[in-house]
Structures are given as C-alpha cells and as structure tokens.
Design a protein around this ligand. Structure first.
Ligand SMILES: [Zn+2]
Length: 307
C-alpha cells in the first residue's frame, strides 16, 4: 500500500492502522505549508505501528520528522489523538486541540461517572454486562496539549488560510479545519461519508450534544469543498451528507418523542437499530442506551421545537 494518497496540492492522506478489530484505519493528513514544513492532522492510534506509518509517509514525501511544524487533533479519541505524544517526541512539534477538548481530557483523566442504570430502567438481568463495559478503561490517556485553539482562529500555517471551526457533539471540543483557499474541510469524526458517529463521547457536557451536533452540521454543511474525514475516505457532497445526518438525528428525536414518559430502556427497545435491538449487548447496548438518553434529553429541552 502506498504510504500516502495525495488529495490536493500539498495535502496528503495517510491510512493509520487501528488496533482492536473495529475500524481498520483512521486517516491522518499531512499538509505542506509554503515554508517547507508540515501540519499533521490527527496522528492516530497510540501504537508504534501507527506512528511508524505516519513517519514513513513523511519520509516518502522527502521530509524529515523535524519538518513537522505542528500537530492538530480534531478530538481526544485514541484513534485520532492517541499517537500525538509519540509524534511530538519524534518531531518536537507542539500538539494543539480545542480549549474545550483540553478540559475534557482532564475531566476524563479524573474518571467519568457510571451511567445511572436504575434511572434508565435497565432490567436487573442486563445490568452486569453494562456495568462491566461502563467501567472498562476508555483507552490510553491522551496527553494534554501544548496550546489550545479557539473557534474562528487561523492556524499558523504559512501560505495557507486554515480556519479552526469548533463543532461540538461527537465530543465537547471536537473541531473541524477549513482550508479556505484550497476548498478542503477536515471533518474528523464530525462528518464521515457513511458512518453515523456517536454523540456525547467526550465526558459530561452542560449543553445537549445532539443540539450542539445539529448546529455544527448546519455550519459545516454550508461550507463548499471536499471533505477530508477521520475514517473511510475523502468525499464530495458535504452539504448533502450533513443534511442526511441532521435528518437521521431529527428522525431519532421524533421517534423518542413518540414515547413520552418512557424510561430510556423502554424507549430504546422500541426504536429501530442496525442489526436489531435483540442483537445489542455489552458495549453496543450501552452505546444504544446512551444515544437514546441524549435524544430524550434533547427532546426534553425543546430541541425539536427549534430544530
Ligand atoms: Zn472519535
């Protein structure tokens, strides 16, 4: 397999292998600036193999690790940010993330509260499997960043105008990057070509992740350009994809609203799930219940009235 794929002038996608048997790879991006250096977006998983793939691509571009000027992570998940510390050690480049994501990294490091299975109405016989996955470690801790990014700022990438766009929902500090002149949108896990990303996967949030996510979809869907996602492959039709994701979540919210007063368990068991409700167990069951709880909270806060 080629060490990278060139997407646009000076912009290269690198498939970074993922451990664990889920998705096969994440996508990192190497962006050449006009001073001969590189911006790295989402270095990938915390494994030697992942870091090696990225450094092989740097080498194949005729660059050295010291040419890396900065490392931006779209969000804190291990398959995007897990390799940031190793890459920083190899390159000396600073790691940057959104300020809210840096807070979430700290919160998660202190330990997240377990879901209230009682309040969710989970039957006694199904609690043990949920407790087991809820208490499993979320993966290796992500190192705190060297500096934080704020919404609307331009990255320090000579010769390019790359704007930081805060798109909470998948995680509280998820960000997308917009290369305004090249017409490229780095979408992280905010928008993937076929996968529907889970929401609220970065610890507690004062706002509802579904509402946050829908607002972010509207914003990103209004941009013109090719989408460079964190998994699968680059794609066109960003506006259509954002509209489809928006409709998916609104449909979910309307289904949830049709069961007023039900517990999360009762509501979730009446919804349609890929592969069917009965096939959900352990992690996938916990995830289905969490997503249902978020949509119920979204409806409870009047989200469907404004959406
Ligand atoms: Zn993610």
């Amino acid at each position: 397999m080629a060490p990278f794929e060139t997407i646009a002038d000076g912009v290269h996608a690198v498939r970074i292998p993922m451990p664990g048997g889920g998705l096969p790879y994440s996508l990192a991006y190497l962006v050449e600036d006009h001073g001969g250096r590189l911006l790295v977006v989402d270095p990938g998983s915390p494994t030697d193999e992942a870091t090696g793939s990225l450094l092989d691509a740097v080498d194949a571009l005729g660059r050295t690790p010291l040419d890396a000027a900065s490392i931006v992570v779209t969000h804190l998940h291990a398959d995007h940010a897990g390799g940031a510390a190793a890459l920083r050690a190899a390159t000396g480049a600073p790691v940057l993330m959104h300020a809210r994501e840096a807070q979430a990294v700290e919160t998660i490091a202190r330990g997240l509260p377990s879901p209230d299975l009682d309040a969710w109405g989970v039957p006694a016989g199904r609690r043990a499997e949920l407790r087991a996955v809820a208490s499993a470690p979320v993966g290796p801790a992500v190192a705190p960043p060297d500096a934080v990014l704020t919404d609307g700022e331009l990255l320090d990438v000579p010769g390019r105008r790359i704007r930081v766009l805060w798109t909470p929902g998948h995680t509280p500090g998820h960000l997308c990057l917009h290369d305004e002149d090249a017409g490229l949108v780095f979408t992280g896990d905010h928008v993937l070509p076929t996968i529907n990303s889970g929401l609220g996967l970065g610890g507690p949030s004062a706002t509802n992740p579904v509402g946050d996510y829908l607002a972010g979809l509207e914003r990103i869907g209004a941009l013109d350009g090719q989408a460079l996602p964190g998994h699968e492959q680059p794609f066109d039709g960003l506006a259509e994809r954002c509209a489809a994701l928006r409709e998916h979540h609104l449909r979910r919210a309307r289904e949830v609203a049709a069961h007023p007063g039900g517990t999360v368990w009762e509501i979730a068991s009446g919804l349609t799930w890929t592969g069917g409700w009965d096939a959900l167990a352990g992690f996938t069951l916990l995830s289905a219940l969490s997503q249902t709880a978020l949509h119920r909270d979204f409806v409870g806060r009047g989200g469907l009235r404004s959406g």
